[in-house]
Design a protein around this ligand. Sequence first.
Ligand code: ADP
Ligand code: NI
Length: 226
Amino acid sequence: MRVRISSDIPEPSFVVARTERFVAERLAGEASGHDWWHIARVRHSALTIGAEEGVDLFVVELAALLHDIADWKLNGGDELLGATLASEWLSSLGVEPSIREHVAEIIATTSFKGVGVPSSMRTREGAVVQDADRLDAMGAIGIARAFAFGGFVRQVLHDPDVPVQAYASAEAYNARTGTTINHFHEKLLLLRDRMNTATGQRIAADRHAVMDTFLTRFLLECDGKA
Ligand code: ADP
Ligand code: NI
């Protein structure tokens, strides 16, 4: 007689499908840039990069799906809320502790917190998810998200008198009062050189060029030169 000792461990496809539904329901209507379609894009990029980098795609997919379920910037400053919620969710599905903890760690460490604040990932899976999340802040989509976010927080589009700042701490970055155009210099144009993986670097170079072109044209039009 064959004994199934792993009968308590759920199938990865079941866990992914249930998690996808959980996240989609939770983020429906989110307007700050973390809507379901941000998650869907990050998941897709993470799986593409992860396949090329040869990492554990189950961990990558779960972390990508769950990485923004509670954004610390929009949830009273509780940085670990997302990781805690993700861990509780995976626990409710019966996912084993080592995978649960790995996913929670990636969620807790993936976010950009200012130019001077290091945010290195401990594992290759984390590096992949962080690259995928950062790619979605770049290129044409990144431009659209920046202006959507700017409108959401009622931030000035562009003011040539407001200087670009180098935020040296997570607190300073979180309390920033800049313009959306400055956000490109304070974050988006810096991401290309912060990619963890070779695949991420390749895609980022292309998206960086799109933002460069956009900003050049934007400033030309501001100056009445185009
Ligand atoms: P992440 O999902 O990488 O943690 P954030 O939560 O910091 O990213 O930002 C979500 C989206 O909003 C990104 O596309 C980011 O560029 C944009 N964003 C964040 N802060 C600002 C800002 N001050 N001005 C314009 N866009 C912003
Ligand atoms: Ni994100």
